[in-house]
Design a protein around this ligand. Sequence first.
Ligand code: ZN
Length: 198
Amino acid sequence: MLIAEPLQRAIEELSKLPSIGKKTAQRLALHILKSDESSVNALIQSLSDLKTKIRFCEECFNISVAEKCDICLSPKRDHSIICVVEEASDIIAIEKTNEYNGLYHVLGGVLNPLANVTEEQLHIKELISRVEKGGIQEVILALNPDTEGDTTSLYLIKLLKEYPIKISRIARGLPIGGDLEFADPATIGRAFIGRITL
Ligand code: ZN
């Protein structure tokens, strides 16, 4: 089947996105082709704004439009607790539970020697310097319950034990190897309430 080159290119680009197969990419491309110009432009603009207007919070590495994110700047949040997560998407999942009112720290991944992810590539130094600055009473580890998440948690516990703070870990209500991002808010909420002090 001969497909017009611009359509072919759009399908190729869309199929590079996670969980978009060739078939879905084709359906999306055809849908965009049939859409009116203003909605196509709105889509293009929103994607371009993602790269130009969004950055990472200089304090916690959450997605932000300013130097510091809304959570770090909010006086309503408890600034004495930091919850450590792998990715910014985990913050969205935790915020949905309404069970947590402290701050966050996004590591940007987990230690994974097989994929060459070492401590230097993660925001571990920045976490320690936040704790060193003082005012932090508790650090909650909320990494995914898989091998890499556990290894990273153990590594962080070793570093954090040097400081006079409470270290806790969310309870294991989550399925083993399950992603925080995909767990339902009630399960994550329970995991927070039942967190274990280490
Ligand atoms: Zn922040």
